[in-house]
Unconditional design. Structure first.
Length: 315
């Protein structure tokens, strides 16, 4: 009998991650600020998955083509190898992969509505993962949780099986400050968000839904990250000193409902760039943190090439 693994819905594309999933689940519960019942509900699927992966039984992992699920798959493969390093005995069912013309799930975060007929069709596509495949996916998880960005140093040679890994590295780079001949500037994501804020006070929801090309580009990131992280980020920009945003609570109890407008400092960051990394609030992304003055990774952009990251001050 094969035992399916319930994968926790954790928004794997944002926030800090660590290699060992026992430590990961507690750290992620802290990151999402879960308390009481919500924390228990979040931890239960993690513990069930870890118990299944530790069992001396074959395991079937149900996943989807979404990047959120792909990252979770890498983590599960790594954890399985800790218990069965030479015979992982893992099989894979990819929900929605048979929908070749219009796949219901794409790059990003989301939920899969699994109907019985869809589950039966997906089950018929189940295949065993070879030891090589499991080891490669586990390697991706180790590199994703390493204390350096994916596209730093000398990343592994790009092959067809590693294409998604390199795409994920380019995604990660979008959260790091950029270095060019003009100097140091905000990350791609922070630039897109702050550029939607002006002198007119608006709630985060109204800021994020502003019409126009800028809003359209920013909302593409919602498909990758979900919206919660951006609500958290706008609060960080308003509470970081010096503040790039003014937050007017106007009697509201929650910062997510405050009215935000851009400060002179915020305009300076957008137009003139950064003079130091601590002008921006830090942003953890897997094994590293963007805008970390003690570990100052920056994106070096070269025309026509893939972005790569290096520590500020290194040649």
């Amino acid at each position: 009998m094969r035992l399916p693994v319930n994968v926790v819905a954790d928004g794997w594309l944002v926030g800090p991650c660590v290699r060992d999933l026992q430590d990961q689940m507690r750290m992620r519960a802290d990151y999402w600020e879960y308390r009481g019942t919500d924390r228990r509900k979040f931890l239960v699927p993690y513990r069930r998955a870890l118990d299944a992966l530790a069992a001396d039984e074959p395991v079937v992992i149900w996943t989807s083509p979404s990047w959120d699920d792909r990252v979770a798959l890498w983590a599960l493969c790594f954890q399985r190898l800790q218990h069965r390093p030479t015979e992982p005995d893992l099989s894979l069912v990819v929900v929605g992969e048979h929908e070749e013309r219009k796949p219901p799930i794409t790059f990003g975060i989301g939920y899969v509505s699994l109907k019985p007929a869809m589950a039966r069709r997906a089950w018929e596509t189940m295949r065993s993962l070879s030891l090589r495949e499991v080891r490669e996916k586990a390697l991706f998880w180790k590199k994703l949780t390493a204390p350096s960005p994916i596209l730093s140093g000398n990343p592994p040679r790009e092959t067809r099986s590693r294409k998604e890994f390199f795409e994920l590295g380019a995604y990660q780079a979008g959260f790091f400050p950029r270095l060019s001949e003009r100097g140091l500037s905000l990350s791609t994501v922070d630039t897109l968000m702050l550029d939607l804020v002006d002198d007119t006070p608006r709630t985060p929801a109204r800021i994020f839904m502003r019409e126009g090309a800028k809003g359209d580009v920013f909302r593409q990131w919602f498909d990758l990250t979900g919206d919660v992280i951006h609500f958290k980020r706008i609060v960080q920009w308003a509470t970081h000193e010096p503040a790039a945003l003014i937050a007017d609570l106007h009697g509201q109890p929650h910062m997510w409902r405050a009215l935000y407008s851009l400060t002179a400092h915020g305009r300076s960051l957008l137009h003139d760039g950064l003079t130091s990394l601590d002008q921006a609030p830090p942003f953890p992304i897997w094994g590293v943190t963007a805008y970390d003055r003690k570990d100052p990774w920056v994106v070096v952009e070269e025309a026509g090439g893939r972005p790569h990251l290096r520590r500020l001050g290194e040649g």
